[in-house]
Design a protein around this ligand. Sequence first.
Ligand SMILES: [Zn+2]
Length: 314
Amino acid sequence: MIRKNAPKQTTSLGLRIDVDTLRGTKVGVPTLLRLLDEAQVKASFFFCVGPDNMGRHLWRLLRPAFLWKMLRTRAASLYGWDILLRGTFGPGPRIGRRLGWLIQEVEIAGHEVGLHAWDHHDWQAHIETLSREEVFRCLEKGVTELTRILGHPPRCSAAPAWKCTDQVLEAKEQFDFSYNSDCRGQTCFWPLVLERAVSQAQVPVTLPTYDEMIGCHGVTDDNFNQAILDRVKPKAMNVLAIHAEVEGGVKQGLFQQFLQEAKSRDIEIMPLGQILKRYPAKTYGLIERSAIEGRDGWLARQGDVKNNQDKDDA
Ligand SMILES: [Zn+2]
């Protein structure tokens, strides 16, 4: 007999799709919708709805480590020159205003839709310097625009580039998010800020991204899918993040094969909200800053796990 609320004994993979740019929305999203429909799976899409200034972000990072990554992943062929230049000369175009109808279609197609950012570049470049009130205003602009587009407030969010601070966690509590995906980690959990558990669960990304894996330890396009699927833990919670600009762009063939291979391995792909239902947050923990191979700068990571008992005793 299956106990109620017990995780189903299959392999579950939450699929988080980050949409960072105007072109990722316009071209990558329809491609991904088609591939997901073919594979009959649903996922979570996280949209940026404000100005697309991502070109500014990419040029700002022209430091040796980033330059090496650009060469390793051949960034121009991966992202496209228009993305690399977007927002470099003057303000970028507003994504939600131009492509709100497409964002709405994603929800109509049965996928989960959440907020990635108002301005991805701005978040990625400055978020750790902002107060809770300033973070709140960034989020408020995104939530207001996404509410206009969807006809209801977004129920989940995912921080750009896994940049999350205590101020972000506290600011997000003022919105109607049932969960957030702001860090790397292994299990769903309740984040602690100054010993207090925030009211919104975290669904961390457990697997590395394409740009982190490729070119490292002999991983190429020929063995990428196998390498990532070998890291999926059987009968456990797994979360993968992909980018509309990459897996919905030049790497769409690779992603199509990924979906087929996942199915042949009996891996069930689902939105992050469903992962949280299947593997509810039962532990508490801090979100800490850490570095990761293949990625420039810091990102947020699930800290040491504290169980309920620990917290009650504290
Ligand atoms: Zn992003």
